[in-house]
Design a protein around this ligand. Structure first.
Ligand SMILES: Cc1cc2nc3c(=O)[nH]c(=O)nc-3n(C[C@H](O)[C@H](O)[C@H](O)COP(=O)(O)OP(=O)(O)OC[C@H]3O[C@@H](n4cnc5c(N)ncnc54)[C@H](O)[C@@H]3O)c2cc1C
Length: 487
């Protein structure tokens, strides 16, 4: 009889592992606390408007291709992808930088800002491409069990890049502060300050300028739908509105999970919920990491989000827009060093209906605004409104238009919702940051050291935050489970 695997949560990492395990012949059931699947990548639909509630940047298309190829499928079997052109726009206080869909276009834009910079850019991206191949083909696909996994003949030659930071490397080659911010932006996806992120991680710059920014027609949730369909084709059972209350352990071995006091007997339990929460479902003696362990870790930011339906088309914007018209360093300090509500935050604005008509009613615009903030901040309706007013004023000024009177509705999401909806530690939006001391074997482990047959996946473990890493995390943990079951 097939071994029964119970998976907690239905985010990208859980869905990925469910597919691999079902393919390997396990009897897989997913239990998701919320009414819809997808975790942080859920979708909000209202009055004909469609919002991706979390991820909106489809980067590293090769990782998605590889995931579906593992099941003899293609992304195009499930959704249609468009490469965005331009990829995005960055608003500064005195200029706007447009990131095109090719390195040549981006180089021309760099040259406009700083004479001679395109030569440095091409060299920088070529080195970033090398790191991308090493990271994706050699490093990231390892389960974080031992430091030796990081030692390959390729990484030995690049060891210095683990001790220098992105910030210092970028500053050596580029002088213009706008170009520096542009090149530091991609590593923000890893959840830490560029001055704390090893320069090896410049592979994110290749993901950005080399591989480009893509959009699945209908939004990122199409990828969740694709994975749900694939998992169902493979026989996975999905239960929503099913919050797991306890992971039961007998004699150091998990025997299943509890919902409403009922035991769901399982041979293996895998949690894709936030790691800290997952361990809180165990009796204390079975937890591997203490509260003090978690409190010392650098978490990726939380976010203040607004989902807005506008009753007109907006101008001077693209699908993705970054508002870097205030002090990048100060905002980063207020997230990581002296956590507090930011004085004058950078923010991101997403208008998928600019390129995809299916996202809003005709003549309207679907908008989502994101302000990165420190986790664990006080979250009140008044504070949300204060920041809404602040970013709206800046948005209207920078894009030279009045839009506030055209708002049909707005919904917000912040620290309190991350905790309530996803059991997120301190309301983090995207997990534990990838700093040098929180990389690979230094991250919380995929396999419990204290409970036999208990495993973890997702953005707090290996390899880290983001949708492509979540797909990889699901694959890595399923390989460990398959190996453990065969031994
Ligand atoms: C606002 C925002 C913007 C982002 N932007 C991008 C982007 O543009 N590109 C990108 O690549 N990444 C982005 N990310 C990061 C990316 O979305 C995440 O890294 C990824 O979706 C995490 O997937 P996961 O499977 O680890 O966790 P989650 O998606 O958090 O899944 C965990 C699931 O477990 C469920 N759960 C929790 N407790 C229980 C319980 N007791 N019982 C049952 N179920 C439970 C939760 O409800 C949730 O569904 C963004 C994230 C956010 C929040």
């Amino acid at each position: 009889m097939s071994k029964k695997v119970t998976i907690i949560g239905s985010g990208f990492s859980s869905l990925s592992s469910a597919c691999y395990l079902a393919k390997a012949g396990f009897d897989v059931s997913i239990y998701e606390k919320n009414t819809t699947a997808g975790g942080r990548a859920r979708q909000l639909k209202r009055d004909g408007f469609t919002f991706d509630m979390g991820p909106s940047w489809y980067w590293m298309p090769d990782i998605f291709d590889k995931f579906f190829a593992d099941f003899d499928k293609k992304t195009s079997d499930y959704y249609k992808l468009d490469k965005l052109s331009p990829a995005y726009k960055i608003f500064f206080s005195d200029d706007v930088i447009t990131i095109g869909d090719s390195l040549d276009k981006i180089s021309a834009e760099f040259e406009r800002i700083e004479a001679g910079s395109s030569k440095h850019l091409k060299k920088f991206i070529s080195q970033a491409q090398e790191n991308y191949s090493i990271a994706i083909d050699k490093v990231v696909l390892r389960p974080g069990l031992s430091p030796f996994e990081l030692i390959t003949k390729e990484t030995i030659l690049k060891v210095d890049q683990f001790f220098k930071t992105i910030s210092s490397e970028v500053r050596k080659k580029f002088k213009n502060p706008k170009l520096i911010s542009t090149l530091e932006f991609p590593v923000l996806f890893l959840g830490a300050k560029p001055s704390k992120t090893p320069s090896f991680y410049n592979f994110m710059n290749f993901a950005d300028f080399g591989l480009g920014t893509w959009h699945p027609k209908g939004g990122m949730y199409e990828v969740i739908k694709a994975m749900l369909n694939l998992s169902k084709e493979l026989g996975v059972q999905i239960h929503t509105d099913s919050s797991i209350e306890k992971i039961n352990v007998t004699d150091g071995k998990t025997v299943g999970v509890e919902i409403n006091g009922q035991l769901i007997v399982s041979d293996i339990v895998l949690s894709g919920a936030d790691y800290h929460h997952s361990e809180s479902l165990l009796d204390k003696k079975y937890r591997q990491y203490s509260e003090s362990y978690w409190s010392k870790k650098t978490f990726a930011p939380s976010s203040l989000l607004f989902y807005i339906g506008f009753n007109k088309k907006l101008k001077n914007i693209e699908h993705h827009n970054l508002f870097f018209d205030t002090d990048f360093e100060k905002h980063a300090e207020e997230i990581y060093d002296v956590p507090k509500w930011p004085t004058d935050p950078l923010f991101y604005a997403n208008f998928p209906s600019i390129t995809d008509k299916s996202m809003s009613p005709e003549g309207c615009e679907t908008a989502f605004f994101l302000v990165p903030i420190a986790p664990d901040l006080e979250d009140t309706p008044e504070l949300r409104q204060q920041y809404f007013d602040l970013i709206m004023a800046r948005f209207q000024k920078r894009t030279d238009q009045q839009v506030e009177e055209n708002i049909l509705f707005k919904e917000s999401f912040c620290v309190g919702d991350f905790i309530e909806e996803y059991n997120s530690y301190k309301g983090n939006a995207y997990g534990m940051a990838n700093t040098l001391s929180q990389t690979a074997f230094l991250r919380p482990k995929l396999k419990s050291k204290k409970v036999k047959n208990l495993f973890f996946t997702g953005q707090l473990t290996v390899p880290g935050p983001g949708v492509p890493p979540a797909l990889i995390s699901g694959k890595l943990v399923s390989e460990l489970i398959i190996k453990a079951s065969n031994s």
